[in-house]
Design a protein around this ligand. Structure first.
Ligand code: 5GP
Ligand code: ZN
Length: 124
């Protein structure tokens, strides 16, 4: 996709702090982090929004969702269950969709946000 900043990052045409890559996905730190840990998980293929996903993208969305807690753990903000109570640690996952959803980059991405608060108000 021409002129898509995340396609350009996926193609290594512009730099990013990449923390994970496989055949389908890329994860990199957000350039303007809202919290101590803030990275984005994106598909390498261009999909504009969550609302553009179809049943064919179910596996891709599943991969993104399963990758988030693994990378959160690696980045020091993993969730630890304790059996009874709420556990400790944890992170926020977020897809913004469309202007009313606050989406600025029209290439599907999951935000993964964590670490000690305060965070930027819009995401806290
Ligand atoms: P959205 O508002 O679309 O859900 O989130 C887009 C996110 O992409 C924002 O948090 C913004 O800081 C981040 N972002 C925009 N341009 C770049 C870039 O060139 N590199 C990186 N690493 N992040 C970007
Ligand atoms: Zn794109």
């Amino acid at each position: 996709m021409d002129n898509c900043i995340f396609c350009k990052i996926a193609a290594k045409q512009i730099p990013a702090q990449i923390i994970y890559e496989d055949d389908d996905l890329l994860a990199f730190n957000d350039i303007n982090p809202a919290a101590p840990v803030h990275f984005l998980i994106v598909p390498k293929k261009h999909v504009a929004t969550l609302a553009d996903c179809t049943a064919e993208d179910a596996a891709l969305l599943g991969k993104i969702s399963l990758l988030a807690p693994k990378l959160a753990q690696e980045q020091g903000v993993g969730y630890q269950a304790d059996g009874n109570g709420p556990g400790t640690g944890g992170f926020k996952t977020l897809f913004n969709t469309g202007p009313d959803g606050g989406q600025e980059v029209y290439h599907l991405h999951m935000h993964v946000i964590g670490g000690p608060r305060p965070w930027r108000r819009s995401l806290a």
